[in-house]
Every structure is written in structure tokens, then in C-alpha cells.
Design a protein around this ligand. Structure first.
Ligand code: PTJ
Length: 259
């Protein structure tokens, strides 16, 4: 679809087109389009920019990934469609494995996503077909099926656009869970160890850049960053920002002049 360069909602519409394209390519679930719309709504309220609470979470996430022994990036349809290059770059930077893990799992979509990631440079993609032969306890969705070389043994898992049940199950297994979710009130956001409240299209490039920048830091400094990090405070800051933005808007002129 052609979007004029001066369209006021151009950036958001271009991202929406990428999700639709992802659906047409067989990467994104139909439900993924709805999930994206929910994200758009929060992003709109947050002013479609990265705030300081997200930057602090990105720093902590980089520290956790760099300190991890078995870091894993869990990839679903929306994530694959929006940030395939960044997934591969982050995996290379922090030495993480990439695993496809779908809520609405089908063999076709699993394979299409793995192929798409390989096309963007991924050397190995776990979680496809018989490869996902282990099970996460207490989880009943298709997300329970994981790779014994990936999520099952991971100590740190990055789960962009996740569902609450699995975040909780992974935490119960003692893993550090990093979420990227525009909704600071979602169960995922509230259950994760580190929540990046930002759009994945902005957060992932920043996460790659930050992790690259912190790669040379000594482990003591990385541990100190993690020790000081407080996810509850970060979520409170995100909710405060939403209130602030709505407060400002409620006091401003809302009607638009058209002539
Ligand atoms: O590919 P599958 O089968 O694994 O399915 C993936 C979806 C995303 C459909 C599935 O995980 C799902 O239904 O997710 P939920 O429960 O709708 O949660 C998605 C969360 O991601 C919501 O809290 C949204 O606000 C948030 N979100 C949506 N788009 C973005 C986002 N957060 C950050 N960046 C986005 N672009």
C-alpha cells in the first residue's frame, strides 16, 4: 500500500504494513493482527517514543543477557515479522540461541518463521518440528513445547510479546525473563523479571546497540546494574507516564483546525 511521505501517521502505518505482510507470508497468526492493534493503542498514548523507563530496562536486559550462561531469544510470529535482523544481531552479540515458540502453533508457521530468520542470517533456529521435544511444566498452551537445547535449559529468556501464563511458568522454573510489551499492566509485564515497555521496533535496535556497548564491561559492573534494577519501579514509571500524557491531553485543545 502506498503511504504518502507527509502522512502524519506514516511510521505507524508502515509498521502495520509489515505485520500485514508478515501475515501474508505465513509468519504472523491472524490473532497477531489483533495483538498488534492493542500494542498500537498503548504506543499512541505513550507518544510513540522510547521513555527513560524503557532505557533503564534495556540496560538491565543487556546486563542479564551478557551475564547469562544459556541465553535464549524466543521468537513468535509478530516478532519475526517486525525485527528479524535485530533478533539475529542480538543473538550474535550476546551469544544466544534463537528458538521459535508459538502460542498458535502450526508446523507451517514454525517452518516459515525459521526459514525467514535463516534468510536474515540466523545460523541455527531451535523449536521447529521434532526439535521442540521437551515440555514446560504447568503450561497448557502450545507454548509448553520447547527445545531441550534452548528454552528448557536457558537461564535467561527474552520473550517479546509474550502471554502471561508462559512468563509465569518460566519464572517458576527459576529463569530470568525479559519481556518487551507496550502494556505495562499486562500479566507478562507484571510477571517478568525485566520489562521493556516500548514498541519492539524501537526497543530491539536499542537493545542490540546497548548490548554491543556493554559487552566489554566486567562482570562485577554488569551484576551491579542488575542488583540495582527494580522492575516494579519501572512499571510504576510507565503507568505514571501514561497518566501524565492523558492529563496533559485532557487539559489541551483536542479539536483540530482544518482550514
Ligand atoms: O505468533 P504466536 O502464535 O506466538 O502469537 C503471537 C501473539 C502476539 C498473537 C500472542 O502472543 C498473543 O496473543 O499475545 P497477546 O496476549 O495479545 O499479548 C501481546 C502483547 O504485546 C500485548 O500486551 C500488546 O500490547 C503487546 N504488543 C503488541 N504489539 C507490540 C506489543 N508490544 C511491543 N511492541 C509491539 N509492536
Amino acid at each position: 500500500m502506498y503511504i504518502p511521505p507527509n502522512h502524519p501517521r506514516r511510521e505507524s502505518l508502515l509498521v502495520r504494513e509489515r505485520i500485514v505482510e508478515g501475515y501474508k507470508k505465513g509468519l504472523v497468526a491472524l490473532e497477531g493482527l489483533i495483538a498488534h492493534g492493542r500494542g498500537e493503542c498503548f504506543d499512541y498514548i505513550l507518544g510513540e517514543k522510547t521513555h527513560s523507563f524503557a532505557l533503564k530496562a534495556i540496560e538491565a536486559a543487556s546486563a542479564a543477557l551478557l551475564l547469562a550462561e544459556h541465553p535464549v531469544i524466543s521468537v513468535n510470529g509478530n516478532t519475526a515479522a517486525l525485527v528479524p535482523r535485530e533478533i539475529v544481531e542480538l543473538a550474535e552479540t550476546v551469544n544466544a540461541r534463537i528458538e521459535v515458540n508459538l502460542f498458535y502453533r502450526t508446523r507451517e508457521r514454525e517452518e516459515a518463521i525459521a526459514e525467514w530468520l535463516r534468510k536474515h542470517g540466523a545460523r541455527e533456529v531451535l523449536g521447529v518440528g521434532g526439535n521442540a521435544s521437551a515440555t514446560i511444566p504447568e503450561l497448557f498452551s502450545e507454548r509448553r513445547r520447547v527445545s531441550p537445547r534452548g528454552i528448557l535449559i536457558a537461564d535467561v529468556v527474552l520473550v517479546p510479546l509474550e502471554d502471561g501464563d508462559r512468563t509465569e511458568a518460566l519464572r517458576r522454573m527459576g529463569k530470568t525473563v525479559i519481556a518487551i510489551d507496550l502494556n505495562p499492566l499486562s500479566r507478562t509485564s507484571r510477571t517478568a523479571s525485566i520489562t521493556i515497555v516500548d514498541n519492539i521496533v524501537r526497543a530491539m535496535p536499542l537493545l542490540v546497540e546497548t548490548a554491543k556497548g556493554m559487552k566489554g564491561m566486567d562482570r562485577g559492573r554488569l551484576k551491579e546494574i542488575l542488583r540495582r534494577y527494580d522492575n516494579n519501579r519501572i512499571l510504576q514509571e510507565a503507568v505514571k507516564k501514561i497518566m501524565e500524557r492523558l492529563g496533559e491531553l485532557s487539559r489541551s485543545r483536542l479539536t483540530l483546525d482544518i482550514g
